[in-house]
Design a protein around this ligand. Structure first.
Ligand SMILES: NC(=O)c1ccc[n+]([C@@H]2O[C@H](COP(=O)([O-])OP(=O)(O)OC[C@H]3O[C@@H](n4cnc5c(N)ncnc54)[C@H](O)[C@@H]3O)[C@@H](O)[C@H]2O)c1
Length: 216
């Protein structure tokens, strides 16, 4: 029998990507005072098949009890811990323009246990400004700031043509988890986890579905 941490290491990325949805559904159930839930109910709330949900949760060692289901609070805490809830994860945002401002002020980060520990920019017009209670610092100090404040995740919100150089500097500073909003593909060395959110591509995917529906 594998230990929970060994199982979690084997979790496929598609399963990891569904964990925040499970956590949100479990949080809603807990807030409503629901004590126990079935895989069918939870899968329904999360918009997945029950078999998929059971498989995903099995990687956390959460098998539920046949006929009883899952203890909501226990499972919420287990999924939360897998997503790093228990640790205080420190995030730095590089690029404090329109998007960087919005992200720095986004209450959902704090609600999910993240702390914005630094805001960095290259523009003299932006450095020194106070945004969301933090003074924007010069990106030239990235390495020292990451080390001194224990930053483990960096969000890149700079223009596309600056994103790769920023990404390289972030990796050189020792960061292994990066979220990029830049509308371009970034290269990272093995061992660095890069997630990209390209709002334009997401809209194009919706536009594709819209066109196909109209042609039916
Ligand atoms: N605005 C949006 O709604 C939106 C949505 C999704 C994605 N994006 C993408 O996010 C990125 C930022 O968008 P924005 O609208 O905030 O742009 P912006 O021009 O308002 O802000 C970019 C910021 O990055 C800073 N910057 C430039 N080069 C830098 C460097 N080398 N190091 C550190 N900081 C640097 C600039 O000084 C500026 O403050 C872009 O790649 C954009 O395509 C924007």
């Amino acid at each position: 029998m594998e230990r929970p941490e060994e199982l979690a290491r084997e979790m496929p990325s598609a399963s990891i990507e569904r964990l925040p949805t499970y956590l949100r559904a479990l949080g809603d159930l807990a807030a409503r005072g629901v004590v126990g839930t079935s895989s069918t109910e939870l899968a329904d709330l999360a918009g997945v098949r029950p078999a998929q949900l059971r498989k995903d949760l099995s990687y956390l060692g959460s098998l539920g009890t046949r006929g009883v289901g899952y203890d909501v609070v226990r499972l919420r805490d287990q999924v939360g811990a897998a997503l790093g809830d228990a640790q205080e994860l420190r995030v730095a945002i590089v690029g404090v323009g329109n998007l960087g401002h919005a992200l720095a002020n986004y209450s959902g980060l704090v609600a999910r246990g993240f702390t914005v520990a630094a805001l960095l920019d290259a523009s003299a017009a932006v450095v020194g400004q106070t945004v969301a209670g933090l003074v924007v610092e010069d990106v030239a100090g990235l390495h020292g700031i990451v080390q001194a404040r224990g930053v483990s995740i960096v969000v890149i919100a700079v223009p596309g043509d600056r994103a790769q150089e920023v990404c390289d500097a972030v990796v050189a500073a020792g960061v292994r988890e990066i979220l990029s909003f830049a509308p371009c593909a970034l290269q990272v060395p093995p061992g660095v986890e890069l997630r990209s959110v390209d709002v334009g591509s997401e809209l194009q995917i919706l536009a594709f579905h819209s066109r196909v529906r109209q042609e039916r």
